[in-house]
Design a protein around this ligand. Structure first.
Ligand code: SF4
Length: 164
């Protein structure tokens, strides 16, 4: 059954296309993974005063909107990742398609004590539309993309599935 492309899928597209395939096809092994647990703790402990988890059409799940017109995504990572930036651009793209254009994004990195401002431009829109086509091609294949070892594999919830 065709599913909508979520922000997490766009993130996985960027970090590992095999991970995207597993996730889309509902092979989920996230529970108990230490990195995911850290994420949950941070999520519970950080930014308590903000209204959290704004879900739009079950497609995008924004961590919170603090001031008017800025959506926030909180990342537990200790480095700034292109995949997170793409994920937030996808949120902005999705809202843009719904007619919400006066909004920007911000990624908060509590471990780094830094934030990154995100805006969507015309080039991003073209890029995201190409990515959505690519995602649709990947996830409907009957087998996952070829295994390619990456730096992130050791901390990936699917490690056992790929390497053991
Ligand atoms: S273990 Fe590596 S190759 Fe396998 S899904 Fe995770 S990141 Fe991708």
């Amino acid at each position: 059954m065709k599913k909508e492309i979520t922000g997490v899928m766009v993130y996985y597209y960027e970090v590992c296309k095999r991970k995207l395939w597993y996730f889309y096809n509902e092979i989920q092994m996230e529970q108990g993974n230490e990195n995911v647990e850290i994420g949950k703790v941070l999520d519970e402990e950080t930014y308590k005063r903000d209204k959290k988890h704004i879900n739009i059409d079950n497609i995008i799940n924004i961590d919170f909107i603090r001031s008017k017109g800025i959506l926030h995504e909180v990342k537990k990572s200790n480095k700034i990742e292109e995949a997170s930036i793409l994920q937030v651009k996808y949120y902005l793209y999705f809202l843009h398609k719904k007619g919400v254009t006066n909004i920007k994004g911000k990624i908060d990195y509590p471990l780094l004590k830094q934030s990154v401002d995100i805006e969507l431009n015309e080039e991003d829109i073209v890029n995201i539309e190409q990515i959505l086509n690519n995602i649709n091609e990947i996830v409907y294949k009957t087998i996952p993309p070829k295994l390619e070892k990456k730096r992130i594999c050791k901390s990936c919830a699917y490690y056992d599935l790929c390497f053991i």
